[in-house]
Design a protein around this ligand. Sequence first.
Ligand code: FAD
Length: 504
Amino acid sequence: CITIKINLCFPSIPSSLKTLSIDGHFDFEQVEHAAKDFGNRYSYLPLAVLYPKSVSDIATTVNHVWQIGGGSELKVAARGHGHSLQGQAQAHRGVVINMESLKGLKMQVHTGNFPYVDVSGGELWINILRESLKHGLAPKSWTDYLHLTVGGTLSNAGISGQAFWHGPQISNVYQLEVVTGKGEVVNCSEKQNSDLFYSVLGGLGQFGIITRARISLEPAPEMVKWIRMVYTDFATFTRDQEKLISGQSTFDYVEGFVIINRTGLLNNWRSSFNPQDPLQASQFKSDGRTLFCLELAKYFNHEDMVLVNQEIKTSLSQLNHIPSTLFISEVPYMEFLDRVHISEIKLRSRGLWEVPHPWLNLFIPKSKIHSFAQEVFGNILTDTSSGPILIYPVNKSKWDNRTSVVIPEEDVFYLVAFLSSAVPSSTGNDGLEQILIRNKRILDFCEIAGLGVKQYLPHFSTQGEWKSHFGPHWEAFIRRKSTYDPSAILAPGQRIFQKPIAYS
Ligand code: FAD
């Protein structure tokens, strides 16, 4: 029955899209790139890619899809920079909206007591940084990698080492302009259409398309003291991390990562600091032990250098790392924030960027982090050769519980991110199949041990799994979905999140 419906409907859909009066254009031929993402594992070919020139192009298209109705099964997905992992920005036989081509809105930085920048939903964070720095300002909360769009990270949460203090990126937005599932253009904020505002933040692209965002800014520092140190004891490591994120921290950024079964530190650090580092690192013998590396950053301006050095010295003296493993470097603020891009360039040059990325990102309640670490770092994982494993705590008080993002119940929870790259055609430990097996073992353990873990950047195959992910928030999700994307029909067992605007 569905096949018949598809056969009858599809031939008319491209031609009906062609009749729309828009400033940009549809491409019905060159659509392969929209069936790819950073995860490199899922590929759904769309019927068309919309290159909008204006917000009205998006509104017209989404309204058209709404008018056709859920029966057409025409999916719509906003595509930011396509750095999703499991096809979240793809639309099987649907319309992909290429948000980066929405250049109608020029970035506008507003100075004053509460500075902010107005940006297009398809703007890359790296461009926002460059533009706001011209005014001595910068956003407060980041992701580790800046070549992602505003719409893409705000649809998830956007977290990095600043989140413990400023909250995720979704806690640092004043206002949005959204095209809803009916094709209406709506401004929303805490005060205006607040339910839509909070639905869309962390809303996985389900309630509308973010066409503009007002992002909160702060004075930008000139420089960053970038600090790393190593622990062999997990309890000491997490105790220090938790101390650092509680109260008024000296540091502006707190992260950490795990190193399993490596002989030295040398190749495991995401980048080397200065010429002495390799020497110092080579003198530290890990003897195959699992190591935990704390990563801190302190922002400063040149004129405050002496004071900042003193503050850092005092704070570090209260930590319990292995003294010989303290590495401190000084880099410009821009270089610090754009650090992962340097790794990207290196990996690209070795053909190792466009490989499958079976990433697994988990939020783990603080009370369960030790059980988790014992089993996962002590038993399930035998090495960290397939990619970095990040681990750092954040404060729930900095997350607004009105947003759509799903997080654990406890006041402090950890992000543990297994950022694996699979070596193509390998059947060994670094191959896709083995990594997926390990990921499943980790998830199964969390489930059986009842750790109350939530997935970040979630992806599930059945509605039952989504229901369990949302838990008590499921009803709110359904209500919001039917309000803002009424042509969507929820039926048991559907892969509901493959169709961000009007799924059936
Ligand atoms: P896309 O992949 O294009 O889209 C992601 C989702 O958002 C899709 O569902 C899409 O339909 C929807 N969407 C896109 N644009 C809009 C819009 N304008 N309106 C509504 N919905 C929209 N995340 C972190 O939080 N912290 C990190 O440190 C971090 N580091 C990363 C490092 C790398 C190398 C990579 C590849 C990803 C990282 N991520 C991180 C994950 C990243 O935030 C998400 O994958 C994000 O969705 C990617 O943004 P994008 O612009 O590529 O979005």
